[in-house]
Write a protein that binds this ligand. Structure first.
Ligand SMILES: O=c1ccn([C@@H]2O[C@H](COP(=O)(O)OP(=O)(O)O[C@H]3O[C@H](CO)[C@@H](O)[C@H](O)[C@H]3O)[C@@H](O)[C@H]2O)c(=O)[nH]1
Ligand SMILES: [Mn+2]
Length: 839
């Protein structure tokens, strides 16, 4: 480790943000400590609080900043307000009292059925309330001071970084976007010779391979361009897509280069897909790909019309279908494609590993070395399990160990491009801090999304999961692993902090030093071997080593295991989002994504290592946080019950809630309004708006009626062996018409998904019951007893306005399919008939 020789060691506390003055920000100063960070770790940590020096107590250590002022932590900025929230929270468990009233009332009518339902509802609500308290105990806000890094180490001493980017389907995840993600991290402000980017292609697609071939060429222009212009958004697509970049001839040139790569790629795409029918290619090409339009626009706008860029020439090439030969040059490239033989399918193919850039010899146009860029498509066979994303990540862990073995590993989904080139430096602030190092497994960044519409109609921000809860967990043992935007210490994949678990071969050991170039035959052959589909048989991979198998939410499950094993993690939440990704813009994509998540969570909840038993026992409060998530699917119970039962009773004129004149009435009203007010307050405090909150609670209701319900059913079918688990990759393709509707905040139904049936049925029942109740009350019929039910039906009805619109008023492609409307109407009638027997 290089001891700093600067005259100004880590003496000055970092400047604090003006807005945070009120907080007791705790900044540790290493003023009296030796300059060498290695020595710092030996001397007792000292920190300053309100002017007084204090010793750090062992159990407080994690909350206190490290002695090197690379980072600090503080209580949440809205402490007072969150206390208010906590009080409101405390009001909530009183809802557990209310079953008595209900049970009592209902027993009189001997509705055993309703009794049981209500009791379950309250049980779920009470448990969720208790479990969610773990998020409110000790929220922590952290801050990093990357500018201080230089004072303790030289860039040449920075640890190496291996970046893993996963992609699985070239049609749902356009390769050109994957390329953009890769370019954005290749251009990190980090010593290039220390960065290696690995792309895992579970789609086994020549398109992706080709796209990366182009990317490697483009990188030699793009990286120096980013450096010289010092731009912050280093995804070319996003950079050229925004208009606020300075316009100069150089920008123009590079933009055309980029567009050219894009077009060449698209051509290749078309040729491969429609080998036999060239005219088709062109038509579908033009219809489907907006990039084409953009390309034509660029060529027109810039008035640059070199021969190669003329659309007509491109047309010609497409028609003759000769692109591959024209654009695939060199034996090495041709050899890579030769693996795609006739028998090559996505589920059954040999390993393909292609090194596109090598950081010891490949240079950009200005002579700087480029980072490593490696394409990996692991071997697949129909007879062996491949364990979805976790399997892909484990393969990359091994392949990267053989090739570069960096101590830090960043995992990224293919849509999550880097939005801040200094992100790795923030991570170093934690990783290089010897006090936090020994049991640190990963540093998690929040998931942020671009392109959300103004009021975020699908509540895709999910701030609670990606921001608020992780802050709360950070005060315990650290945030859960969110699947992307996570910097791991490689060591954390091998056993717990105190006992190391040895991998099967020494080359996979995290301390193993790679001493040969990437392309040397022995390295390549070993890399192929560890990427084989049978390599993991009889090993600890997936159960005790690496990313864990057994759940469709491999991220949650892996994080859970790491915390159970005694690791801790850190939530890094800089003001400028470190990564941006895509959120689904069609409702069906959203609920399918959530359904997969529900199945994965239930897999954990009912496993041998259930969060509810093993987890809570092993890691206490932290286990409760995890249990809160794994019980999410149970929300389906209260939501479904509240969306149907009181309304059906109302249709029959039966009152099941307290009367207006009874004292319980006020309690009910208070609980309902209190629960919503609390959520609302939390939202507003996080800087959100009323409309966003409204959309969030609506999506919550929709989730309860669709994916939570169907996910649970599918999980049951799976446990009985009736259906097999599958990882349905979320589509990241933007359809023009869909995008337009999304921008206008119109709900996108369109596909006849069975999940829409419950939603539409409930919408219909709520509509009718509200009007029936309204008429009843107007005519003075049991006004007191039915008020609450009518109130609830009215509330749900307002929530369902977009559903009515989609069913009865719209005619565009995104409307509710007629089939679903018919089935739902029929089902609503059937439920009404059934209700006659119950009430
Ligand atoms: O067999 C597979 C399936 C998926 N993936 C990749 O996994 C990532 C996540 O898939 P996506 O469909 O985008 O899932 P999301 O629901 O958007 O992702 C969330 O949920 C996943 C499962 O919990 C996590 O892995 C993700 O990190 C998290 O962002 C993508 O990059 C895929 O290419 C693979 O590599 N192999
Ligand atoms: Mn995603």
């Amino acid at each position: 480790m290089a001891a700093s020789t600067t005259k100004n060691p880590i003496t000055t506390p970092p400047t604090l943000q003006p807005g945070r003055k009120k907080n007791k920000i705790i900044v540790v100063m290493g003023a009296t400590e030796p300059e060498n960070p290695a020595l710092l770790s030996i001397s007792p940590p000292v920190y300053q609080e309100n002017g007084k020096s204090k010793r750090v107590h062992r159990h407080h250590r994690l909350l206190q900043p490290s002695p090197s002022s690379l980072h600090s932590s503080s209580p949440p900025s809205h402490l007072l307000q969150s206390r208010v929230c906590l009080c409101l929270h405390v009001c909530h468990p009183s809802s557990c009292l209310s079953p008595c009233t209900n049970t009592f009332q209902l027993q009189k009518r001997s509705f055993f059925f309703c009794d049981t339902l209500y009791f379950t509802v309250y049980l779920v609500l009470a448990f969720m309330w208790v479990a969610s308290q773990s998020f409110h105990m000790r929220p922590v806000h952290r801050k990093e001071y990357p500018e201080n890094l230089e004072k303790i180490m030289k860039p040449s001493d920075f640890p190496a970084l291996d970046v893993f980017i996963c992609t699985a389907d070239p049609y749902k995840e356009p390769p050109i976007n994957v390329v953009n993600t890769a370019l954005s991290v290749m251009a990190y402000d980090y010593p290039t010779e220390k960065v290696s980017v690995y792309v895992s292609d579970d789609g086994g697609s020549a398109l992706t391979l080709f796209a990366f071939m182009e990317a490697a060429k483009f990188a030699s222009h793009w990286l120096p361009f980013c450096r010289e212009k010092n731009i912050t958004v280093r995804s070319p697509e996003v950079y050229f897509g925004t208009s606020n970049h300075s316009w100069c001839s150089e920008t123009e040139k590079i933009k055309v280069k980029y567009s050219f790569s894009t077009v060449v790629f698209l051509l290749f795409n078309s040729v491969i897909n429609y080998k036999s029918c060239p005219t088709m290619i062109f038509l579908s090409f033009k219809r489907k790909h907006t990039t084409w339009d953009r390309y034509v626009r660029v060529v027109k706008e810039t008035d640059l019309k070199p021969d190669a860029l003329r659309p007509r020439r491109v047309e010609h090439v497409v028609e003759t279908g000769n692109v591959s030969n024209e654009y695939v040059s060199g034996d090495e490239e041709r050899e890579a494609f030769s693996k795609w033989t006739d028998g090559f399918t996505r589920q059954d193919h040999p390993t393909v590993i292609q090194v596109f850039l090598e950081n010891i010899k490949d240079r950009d146009i200005t002579g700087h070395l480029l980072p490593n860029l490696i394409y990996v498509s692991r071997q697949k066979s129909k007879t062996s399990r491949h364990n979805f994303k976790a399997g892909a990540l484990n393969t990359l862990l091994r392949v990267s160990a053989v090739m570069t073995n960096a101590p830090i590993v960043l995992t990224l989904d293919c849509d999550m491009y880097s939005n801040d080139p200094k992100t790795p430096l923030r991570v170093l602030c934690y990783v290089c801090d010897s006090a936090a190092q020994s049991d640190l497994s990963y540093v998690q960044f929040p998931q942020c999304f671009r392109g959300l519409n103004k009021n975020d109609i699908y509540a895709s921000e999910i701030k609670r999961v990606f921001e608020i809860n992780p802050l709360g967990m950070d005060g315990l043992k650290g945030p859960d692993y969110l699947g992307t935007g996570t910097f791991f210490c490689r060591r954390a994949f091998f056993g717990d902090p105190s006992t190391f678990m040895s991998p099967e071969i020494p080359q996979l050991h995290p301390n193993h030093a790679v001493d040969k170039p990437l392309k040397s035959p022995s390295i390549l052959s070993l890399a192929h071997q560890v990427a084989g589909c049978n390599y993991e048989n009889q090993t600890n991979w997936g159960c005790k080593m690496g990313f864990r198998y057994g759940s469709l939410v491999e991220d949650y499950y892996t994080g859970y295991w790491m915390h159970c094993d005694g690791w801790r993690s850190i939530f890094c939440h800089p003001e400028r989002p470190a990564f941006y990704g895509d959120a689904p813009i069609a409702l069906v994509d959203l609920i399918n994504q959530n359904k997969r998540c529900v199945i994965g969570l239930l897999e954990v909840a009912f496993s041998k290592y259930s969060t509810l038993t093993f987890g809570i026992h092993r890691i206490g409060l932290m286990g409760l946080s995890y249990a809160h998530y794994s019980c999410w699917p149970f929300w389906a119970i209260p939501i479904t019950v509240y969306a149907f039962l009181p309304q059906l009773a109302l249709l029959k004129g039966v009152s099941i809630f307290p009367k207006v004149s009874e004292p319980w009435f006020l309690l009910y009203l208070f609980l309902f309004i209190g629960a919503y007010a609390k959520e609302y307050l939390e939202f507003i405090l996080e800087g959100s708006t009323f409309r966003k909150w409204w959309n969030d609670q609506r999506i919550w209701m929709i989730r309860g009626l669709t994916c939570f319900l169907f996910g649970s059913i599918e999980y049951l079918l799976q446990s009985f062996g009736i259906s097999a688990p599958g990882f349905n990759v979320t589509s990241k393709v933007l359809d023009d018409e869909q995008s337009k509707r999304y921008e206008q905040e119109i709900f996108e139904f369109g596909v006849p998904s069975p999940m829409f049936v419950t939603l539409a049925t409930s919408a219909i029942i709520n509509l009718f019951s509200f009007f029936k109740g309204f008429l009843d009350i107007m005519s003075g019929n049991n006004m007191e007893g039915l008020f609450l039910q009518m109130f609830l039906a009215g509330f749900l009805m307002v929530n369902c306005l977009p559903v009515y619109e989609a069913m009865f008023l719209r005619s565009d492609k995104g409307k509710m399919p007629t089939k679903i409307t018919l089935i739902s109407t029929f089902l609503a009638g059937a439920l009404y008939a059934a209700a006659s027997h119950i009430f």
